[in-house]
Design a protein around this ligand. Structure first.
Ligand code: GBH
Length: 485
């Protein structure tokens, strides 16, 4: 059926929008006031791991410039700000018997107070990849379930105690898929484990990612238990996990195997974590392919996990075409035995190129994925905790040119519209949106060459911030939709 009217689009009146960042990507102050190293500090020191040989030592220097960051947020009209806490700033060695660093706590409490004073709602992520290095060295970090779960629960409690009265939106982990797959299969992110001995002397890509993912899930469940039992009754906030995931379209829409592979790819990336969090078990497709390499939950863990999200934290950037593979999956495969492609059978591309090889904008996929998740998980409350794009060649332009980021602005316009359609047409319960990112920052293994910010950061001249066009236009886009459902 051809539609002759545009789809309805709107967002609820109390919809919150703003911007997101992560501690290691913006803070700098790597050794300031007693902060201990994280696995990313160590990874950056390993030659060849970061494209431009850089690190988060200084980054945007936000540790010393939160006032500027809040000014920036005010200028954009943002109502919410998602940031993450550097665990090793708060507990330098990380463990439950290690000392707490009061200066670290004070920094975050002041940040939250200043945000609230500016009328901005904080969304706080407990761990955005920067695990204390000491815990990795002491017992293998994420690989050691009992130790890691106990230490994460303790760290969470320390944070809830300090900030519980003020913060109402908590995210336990950011994108555990990345910690597990990029950190323990590909080895392109800290701590860099992989079976590829050219890249790393340690790691087993066929087993470790599944153990890491499992232990992060159990740690999430325990932190939620701590929050719900000890803090939620007093403070009434909410807690959830943030998962990354791309939309999929079949390489050949007439091939049923490709259509099945599309769902399987989402199961291997998103449902790997979301099924346990909503249902207390792993997706059937993963159990089938991975066999006993996929750990099993004890009955108690499964009970603790099921229903452990007060909201679904959705990080979403792009889409791919997917083509099924025949035969048995490679033991190191983590996608569901399929090819992830930028072109379909007829050579149509999924979206234009950006500076990130993996990111091709395809806004209709945002609406479709939100609906897909809404159907699978019983219409959960959703916060979009990240969405954004890099721009091909942006870093090679002059500052004047960078500030005219029309490509990014159009990306936001099309994605926000798709989200407003998911709400108004498909009945998804989406309540908030945080664009990635408030400012250009340390883009992990890509260093500073890839810029995701709505604000240009002049790294050569004292980290000065200059809002790009997109920073100032987002409000107009949201004004068009908020209060229209
Ligand atoms: C987010 O992840 C991160 O949360 C954020 O810190 C980061 O700055 C932002 O993206 C921009 O990159 O190497 O082929 O496996 C986004 C989701 C999922 C994107 C994994 C890269 C890896 C591609 N990421 N994906 S590949």
């Amino acid at each position: 059926m051809v539609r002759d009217v545009a789809p309805k689009a709107g967002l609820p009146a109390d919809f919150l929008w703003g911007f997101a960042t992560a501690a290691y990507q913006i803070e700098g102050g790597a050794t300031a006031d007693g902060r201990g190293p994280s696995i990313w500090d160590t990874f950056c020191k390993t030659p060849g791991k970061i494209a431009d040989g850089s690190s988060g030592d200084v980054a945007c220097d936000s540790y010393h410039r939160t006032a500027q960051d809040i000014e920036l947020l005010k200028k954009t009209g943002a109502q919410a700000y998602r940031f993450s806490i550097s665990w090793s700033r708060v507990i330098p060695k990380g463990g439950r018997n290690d000392p707490v660093n009061q200066a670290g706590i004070d920094f975050y409490v002041k940040l939250v107070d200043d945000l609230l004073a500016a009328g901005i709602t904080p969304f706080v992520t407990l761990l955005h990849w920067d695990l204390p290095d000491e815990l990795y060295k002491r017992y293998g970090g994420y690989l050691n379930k009992d130790e890691f779960v106990a230490d994460f629960a303790n760290y969470s409690r320390v944070i809830f105690e300090a900030m519980g009265p003020r913060v109402k939106h908590w995210i336990t982990f950011n994108e555990p898929f990345c910690s597990a797959i990029l950190g323990y299969n590909y080895g392109v992110m800290a701590p860099g484990h992989t079976s590829d001995r050219k890249k790393s002397p340690i790691g087993d890509s066929s087993t470790e990612p599944w153990i890491v993912g499992h232990n992060i899930l159990v740690a999430h469940a325990h932190a939620v238990k701590v929050y719900r039992e000890e803090f939620k009754p007093k403070f009434g906030g909410e807690i959830g996990i943030t998962l990354n995931g791309d939309w999929t379209e079949p390489w050949d829409p007439n091939d049923e195997q490709d259509r099945l592979a599309c769902d399987r790819k989402i199961e291997f990336s998103i449902c790997w974590f979301a099924d346990p969090v909503y249902f207390g078990r792993y997706p059937e497709s993963m159990v089938k392919q991975l066999g006993n390499r996929l750990p099993t939950f004890t009955e108690e863990e499964s009970k603790l996990l099921a229903g452990s999200n007060d909201f679904y934290g959705m990080n979403h950037y792009c889409a791919n075409y997917v083509r099924h593979r025949d035969g048995d999956a490679d033991p190191n495969d983590f996608s569901g035995n399929l090819d992830i492609l930028m072109e379909d059978k007829h050579g149509n591309i999924i979206g234009p190129e950006t500076q990130s090889f993996w990111l091709r904008p395809h806004a209709p996929g945002f609406r479709k994925l939100m609906k897909w998740l809404s159907d699978r998980y019983g219409r959960p409350k959703i916060y979009v905790t990240e969405n954004g794009t890099s721009i091909k060649g942006e870093n090679d332009l002059s500052m004047e040119e960078i500030l005219e980021d029309d490509f990014r602005l159009e990306y936001f316009r099309s994605y926000i519209t798709a989200m407003a359609e998911a709400v108004a047409e498909d009945g998804c319960d989406c309540r908030g949106y945080m664009a990635w990112s408030l400012m250009d920052n340390f883009e992990w293994a890509e260093g500073y060459e890839t810029r995701f910010g709505v604000t240009y950061v002049d790294y050569e001249n004292g980290q000065k911030r200059y809002p790009k066009k997109s920073a100032l236009e987002l409000k107009n886009i949201f004004d068009q939709y908020i209060g229209k459902v």
